[in-house]
Design a protein around this ligand. Structure first.
Ligand code: B12
Length: 324
């Protein structure tokens, strides 16, 4: 048996959550059914993570920690910190360690687990988990601690995690689209990165957030000409266009996209226009809202999702799909 780590003394409900059973089942298992536990002075059961995992494997119960062996305890602590306290430091150092040791699939699996959890808001994971992790990767590369190949592996690991969990498992059905009753079609958004910008992990975060909120997202990826956002918005009657902007793309890129989209705008197919990115210049001024229904600049996915939720509740501008 592996040595038990005293940091990893779990409560009955933590073990129940991990093994996917009711806490009363865990209590029963500790009462003479083979799950080792001790009691605190106050009489509460405490169970070592290792003991819970050994017990689970003896009963053929799978946990999300299984594929991470022999790092189960590191992963459990990272996930607890992230989901329980919004603290991603342990997660970053674990992922960085795997990256430099050449285990990018573990990095993907770890972020995939986090993206899938319902006790961790996805916007928090994107803004405070994924973005700072990638910043750290960028800094490590600049300082010569990571090779460029490792930086690329990190990007790929995160991209894969965000793509694998995309809920749009179903293919679009052109026949059904025409037949579905007005108002019951999901609202459509066009999402991608501004022309000249090769970064698109941020826009993938936005795609996933919108999909999880019931949107159908047409995803254009990196380096997309403004004309293409416009063309797709019109043919698919999109209600929202989201353009991600990362440095070195900057004000000139945003102004050009704003100008091109404005020129192609058709009032009979109205939409909201959003530019997003943590490094959007603070002094950026757009000339009013142009012809658009509204124009917004957001520096985080949390700010954006707040707005999306409020917007969906406005009756006059409901984000439901409009009729053709
Ligand atoms: C990975 C990476 C790359 C990868 C991108 C891979 C990919 N498929 O996306 C590659 C290798 C292609 C790359 C290329 C380059 N990169 Co680069 N890259 C990075 C790095 C390390 C991470 C970026 C990232 O993915 N972050 C994770 C995501 C989740 O964060 P995010 O994009 O900021 O998104 C968040 C918010 O901004 C916001 N958000 C983003 N989009 C949107 C959209 C909407 C609608 C909303 C609401 C919100 C929103 O929400 C997200 C969640 O919080 C950064 C480092 C850093 N400090 O950021 C450098 C960085 C951005 N790159 C940089 C540079 C210089 C380059 C290159 C010019 C390098 C070169 N010489 O070729 C090229 C640029 C090419 C181009 N024209 O775009 C610099 C930019 C510095 C500057 N001020 O100009 C940085 C800052 C690194 C540095 N410090 O030097 N890069």
């Amino acid at each position: 048996m592996q040595p038990y780590n005293s940091d990893l003394f779990l409560t009955t409900s933590e073990v129940a959550h991990l093994l996917g059973v009711h806490p009363s089942t865990v209590k029963r298992w500790t009462d003479g059914e083979g799950l080792e536990a001790s009691k605190t002075d106050g009489g509460h059961r405490r169970i070592y993570l290792r003991a819970a995992l050994d017990f689970a494997s003896g009963r053929g119960i799978e946990t999300y920690l299984g594929p991470f062996a022999p790092f189960e305890s590191h992963v459990w602590l990272s996930v607890q910190d992230a989901a329980g306290h919004g603290d991603f430091r342990r997660l970053r150092s674990l992922a960085m360690g795997w990256l430099v040791r050449g285990y990018p699939r573990r990095v993907t699996a770890l972020f995939q687990e986090l993206v899938d959890r319902d006790d961790l808001p996805l916007e928090l994971l994107c803004d405070r988990g994924i973005r700072p992790f990638m910043e750290e990767v960028g800094a490590a590369w600049r300082e010569g601690r990571l090779r460029i190949g490792e930086e690329h592996m990190a990007s790929q690991a995160i991209l894969e995690a965000l793509i694998r969990v995309s809920p749009q498992g179903r293919l679009e059905d052109p026949a059904a689209e025409g037949e579905v009753e007005e108002g019951s079609r999901p609202p459509v958004a066009v999402v991608g990165a501004v022309e000249g910008d090769q970064h698109h992990i941020g826009s993938l975060c936005i795609r996933l957030l919108l999909e999880r909120s019931g949107w159908q997202v047409l995803y254009l990826g990196a380096n997309t000409p403004a004309e293409e956002f416009s063309a797709l918005q019109q043919t698919r009657r999109a209600r929202l266009v989201c353009i991600s902007v990362s440095p070195p793309a900057s004000v000139a890129h945003i102004l050009r996209a704003f100008d091109v989209l404005g020129r192609f705008y058709r009032p009979e197919h109205p939409y909201d226009l959003v530019f997003g990115g943590a490094d959007l210049p603070r002094d950026l001024k757009l000339d009013g809202t142009g012809p658009f229904r509204s124009v917004h600049l957001f520096r985080s996915s949390a700010e954006f999702m707040d707005w999306v939720q409020k917007r969906a509740q406005e009756p006059s501008t409901s984000l439901q799909e409009e009729g053709p």
